[in-house]
Design a protein around this ligand. Structure first.
Ligand code: BG6
Length: 513
């Protein structure tokens, strides 16, 4: 037995990300089974898991929604969606097998009797398909539906699993729209399910390269000694999308880029980059360290918000040569909307490691390119020996998507008789190194929920602390309701020029993606 296996036997708690627990047979009940998320993400993820042999054969999916539909109709609809959105091509023999595990349950979320019949149905599924009383309830619905569903699940006794089995709930974002509503949502959930049963999804945590950040930092000896204010000049995190709001105007008008992407996805990435090493890989050890980092984020005063946060909204423009309409002309968007589709901010982490290291974040829709990356910019070498003009800092880039990988920019001598220097790149690409496409985030996260591993899900305190950082920014904006600063940028550009000034002011520039 190797040392790692011995250690894991000595201490079974040293598992988490290293030895993933095995997914268990269960029924997955999806509330909102006819919605976009189910079509685009959940069913394709489950199909891919089945196709890769990762899904226990007994796993049974019950779509729960209002519209009347037979099991067969549900299966046909799902087949269309999976064909459209699946990562791998759909193979008939795998699909027909998988389709046998799909069922439809028609009920209103407010109708208590629909949950009683659901309980009967689940018992039957346990007997017929061997799901062993394990239940995973997936809330693919808006937060306004949470309360009735939770109440009825509890009334039907479905929040508790039979002896020796489990009941868990997966909750999708938006997880509140400010600290108060997030607390309220947590309170409502905790009336029916304990924290251990609650899995708050942040799909960025399921992305392969996001998971690799901890490995990069803590399984390599060379980075960690440099990972602090002494050697790091600043950090940039960019999440750029070419897409606009894509028919989600109703939701987006109540959110905006700060709530939609920064409060959750970008702060989660920052936690992975900035946290201290956990004492082991248990879910709570990792989450304890993440929450400590969010607590250290310096809360901004209204004056700082005005200087350190830039809001933008896309105007008419073009993406890859195709004309793109302005945000205000998109479906279900107010013609005078002041919602931001772009935000750039400069933030500070008040702890020893990150003192005086600015973190710049930007996220936007209708930018020239879809790409998410984190770049760690090191301090420059003392250029006493070489030409100062060519002095470029080392930059470590973690590409979250696309072309997942990690690269390190460093200086090299140009071959020849003179000592001319040029930056070169050491580059690692997941695709070419491991020779296969990474699974979709939802595949990993669904498997983890079936295995009882909450490492890649957000804990209650993490979510609340993140809102405690975001709230002062939103409040500073809404205090200026008639004239919150909003800069327009043509679709297909990198946001308003004020975002560039945010860095230029500090003598820095955004990395070109
Ligand atoms: C979602 C946001 O959480 O993440 C969307 O609501 C955004 O607005 C999406 O487009 C981006 O995720 P991904 O995985 O496509 O980068």
């Amino acid at each position: 037995m190797n040392r790692a296996a011995e250690q894991s036997q000595e201490n079974p708690l040293r598992e988490g990300l290293t030895n993933r627990a095995v997914p268990q047979p269960c029924s997955i009940v999806i509330f909102g089974a006819t919605g976009d998320l189910t079509h685009r993400k959940l069913l394709p993820a489950l199909y891919n898991l089945a196709a890769d042999g990762e899904l226990p054969p007994a796993v049974t999916v019950i779509g729960f929604a209002r519209r009347p539909k037979t099991d067969d109709e549900f299966r046909k609809e799902m087949e269309q969606s999976v064909k459209e959105f699946s990562r791998q091509a759909v193979r008939d023999e795998i699909w027909s097998n998988f389709a046998q595990s799909l069922f439809y349950h028609q009920s209103d979320f407010a109708d208590e009797s629909g949950f009683k019949t659901l309980a009967d149905r689940l018992e039957k599924v346990d007997k017929e398909r061997g799901t062993r009383g394990n239940r995973l309830f997936y809330f693919a619905v808006g937060p306004e539906e949470f309360e009735p569903i939770l109440k009825h699940l509890k009334a039907a006794g479905l929040n508790k699993a039979p002896e020796g089995s489990w009941a868990r709930v997966i909750v999708e974002k938006p997880f509140g729209r400010d600290l108060d509503s997030a607390r309220e949502l947590n309170r409502v959930i905790s009336n029916s399910f304990s924290e251990e049963q609650t899995y708050r999804i942040d799909h960025f945590l399921g992305k392969e390269t996001a998971q690799n950040i901890l490995v990069l930092r803590f399984a390599n000896a060379i980075f960690e000694p440099l990972w602090n204010t002494r050697y790091i000049d600043h950090v940039q995190i960019t999440a750029a999308e070419t897409l606009g709001v894509e028919g989600r105007g109703g939701y987006y008008e109540t959110a905006g880029a700060l709530r939609d992407m920064v409060q959750n996805h970008l702060l989660q990435l920052l936690c992975l980059v900035g946290m201290e090493a956990p004492s082991d890989l248990r879910a709570d050890s990792i989450r304890d360290e993440k929450v400590k980092l969010v607590r250290c984020l310096r809360r901004m005063s209204p004056g700082e918000v005005a200087v350190d946060v830039v809001r933008g909204q896309y105007a008419e423009g073009a993406i890859n040569g195709k004309p793109a309409a302005p945000y205000r002309k998109e479906e279900r968007i107010a013609p005078d909307s002041k919602i931001e589709t772009f935000v750039a901010l400069r933030l500070n982490i008040d702890n020893w490691r990150w003192w005086d290291v600015p973190i710049y974040m930007r996220v936007g829709k209708r930018l020239p390119k879809s790409a998410t990356e984190i770049s760690v910019h090191f301090k420059k070498a003392p250029m006493v020996l070489f030409n100062k003009e060519t002095n470029e800092a080392n930059v470590l880039v973690i590409r979250i998507q696309p072309d997942e990988g990690i690269s390190l920019r460093m200086q090299a001598k140009i071959p020849g008789s003179s000592f001319r220097i040029e930056p070169v790149k050491m580059d690692f690409h997941y695709g070419t190194t491991f020779g296969k496409a990474s699974p979709e985030a939802y595949e990993r996260l669904l498997l983890d929920a079936m295995s009882g591993d909450a490492t890649l899900f957000a804990r209650r305190d993490e979510v609340e602390e993140a809102w405690a950082f975001i709230d002062p920014i939103e409040k500073a904006w809404s205090a200026k309701k008639d004239a919150p600063e909003l800069y327009f940028y043509p679709a297909g550009t990198w946001g308003p020029e004020q975002a560039d000034e945010l860095l230029a002011r500090d003598g820095r520039a955004w990395r070109r993606l």
